[in-house]
Design a protein around this ligand. Structure first.
Ligand SMILES: Cc1ncc(COP(=O)(O)O)c(C=O)c1O
Length: 442
């Protein structure tokens, strides 16, 4: 990036008015963020005129890539009529019907404005339903920025505590002690240890929150044994199972949950269900969701949101999900299989100390020979983080935009040759990073 680039001067302006010059930390890069100009299909062009293959898809939220014609047309038409009113709309009912038809366990759905808000509401609904204060979550799992949901997300070897008793580590300075005391942190995919921890708080736990493919924990699927054990535990202890499918809803027609033998009581949604617009939702069993029912006396969980279920988001989401039918899900996941297979081959071909995980239309590359099994194994000391970063930057220089964690989320405009392009670029980036890997001696 030369000193006189448009991005550098924009970033200088931004630093005077936005904390750190950004509105979301994920776009920060050295020496400055990349500023987008426009996108079409699976390609995005920045304000310097550089076009790249977009494998980040706005943090996995764009299932049809950029400027998807059916969404553009439907939303443009909606905008001609208005974008939000103090009234309910037909499209929110239509979208709710489509989503409840789509997923067997979704009797009722409430739309909100982000994944964070969906998780926040799911946890509050669980507390309201059970009358209990505590929640349990998996160590390291990202669930947005709600106080309770973010506990332990950035735990490090210095503060994460013993494996059999993971510490409730705060993310944000000033997090109240009471929040930390009310969050029980459990290890991923370890049913015995998780059950022992849950048992210690059995009468106080409103719910156990599980992401079936937690990104920060290594992007490895939750095992059937883990999910079954937690589900059974919640049945025995009058608690609830909450799934975070904010990202993973993209990996199955009815989300990742269709792969499991049991159903969550509440599911938090976001990202792709907004068709490119801000969205969140919680959906689940009628009896539980009815804590939100304002006709009910007493109303256990009063909830509002100025832009909740606004017709622009509802129209975009309904259109996007209509086109993400079973055939589209199958095709996209086949591309995901191809990507993971070819990345694994490139790792072997380039003799790099790397591994690849993921499922459906997602992948993540790790700077370790063995794929991690949990957050502690997925946590990287600085040298390994530098190797991962070198690969992300190498891919960027070669025209492929990844998620900063060295992950990718595919979109339906992609075809096999795009996957080949991604994996060729990754192989070249691995090769270029080999000297660093040799210095680190992994
Ligand atoms: C699994 C998961 N849950 C919740 C969230 C929060 O969603 P949002 O960024 O829309 O608030 C995210 C965002 O990346 C996520 O990946």
């Amino acid at each position: 990036m030369n000193a006189s680039s448009k991005s550098e001067s924009l970033y200088r302006r931004a630093q005077a008015v936005l904390p750190g010059g950004v509105s979301r930390n994920a776009v920060l890069r050295a020496p400055c963020p990349i500023y987008a100009s426009h996108g079409r299909g699976c390609r995005v062009t920045d304000i310097e005129g550089v076009e790249r293959l977009d494998v980040a898809n706005n943090m996995a939220s764009l299932i049809h890539g950029h400027a998807y014609a059916p969404v553009v047309e439907a939303v443009t038409e909606q905008l001609r009529h208005g974008s939000a009113w103090n009234m309910a709309t037909e499209v929110e009912v239509e979208y709710a019907e489509a989503m409840t038809r789509r997923v067997p366990g979704f009797d009722r759905i409430r739309f909100v404005n982000s994944g964070t808000e969906a998780i926040l509401c799911a946890l509050k609904a669980a507390r309201a339903y059970t009358g209990r204060p505590k929640i349990a979550k998996v160590e390291g799992a990202y669930h947005g920025v709600y106080d309770y949901a973010e506990v332990s997300q950035t735990a490090t070897p210095t503060d994460w505590g013993a494996p059999e008793h993971p510490a409730s580590v705060p993310v944000c300075s000033g997090t109240p002690r009471g929040v930390l005391d009310d969050v029980i942190v459990i290890p991923f995919n370890d049913p015995a240890m998780a059950m022992a921890l849950l048992d210690e708080h059995a009468e106080q736990l409103a719910c156990v929150l599980v992401d079936p493919l937690p990104h920060r924990v290594g992007m490895i699927p939750a095992s059937d044994e883990f999910v079954d054990a937690i589900h059974a535990w919640t049945r025995r202890n009058d608690s609830l199972l909450v799934f975070d499918e904010v990202i993973t809803f993209r990996i199955g027609y009815a989300g990742a949950q269709e792969r499991y033998r049991v159903r969550p009581d509440i599911t938090a949604l976001g990202k792709i269900i907004g068709g490119g617009f801000p969205v969140g939702a919680l959906a689940g069993r009628a009896e539980v969701m009815d804590v939100l029912d304002p006709l009910r006396k007493p109303l256990l969980f009063p909830h509002s949101g100025t832009f909740s279920a606004n017709p622009v988001t509802m129209t975009a989401g309904l259109t996007a999900m209509r086109y993400f039918d079973r055939a589209a899900v199958g095709q996209l996941n086949a591309l995901g299989d191809r990507a993971r297979r070819q990345i694994a081959e490139a790792i072997v071909g380039e003799q790099m100390p790397l591994s690849v995980t993921g499922a459906g239309s997602m992948f993540r590359i790790h700077p370790t020979r063995l794929a991690p099994a949990n957050y502690r194994e997925a946590f990287h000391p600085p040298a390994l983080a530098a190797l991962k970063q070198r690969i992300v930057e190498g891919a960027l220089e070669r025209g492929v935009l990844l998620i900063e964690s060295c992950s990718g989320a595919l979109s339906t405009p992609m075809i096999e040759s795009d996957i080949d392009e991604i994996t060729d670029v990754l192989a070249a980036s691995f090769r270029a990073a080999r000297p660093l890997a040799e210095i680190i001696g992994t």
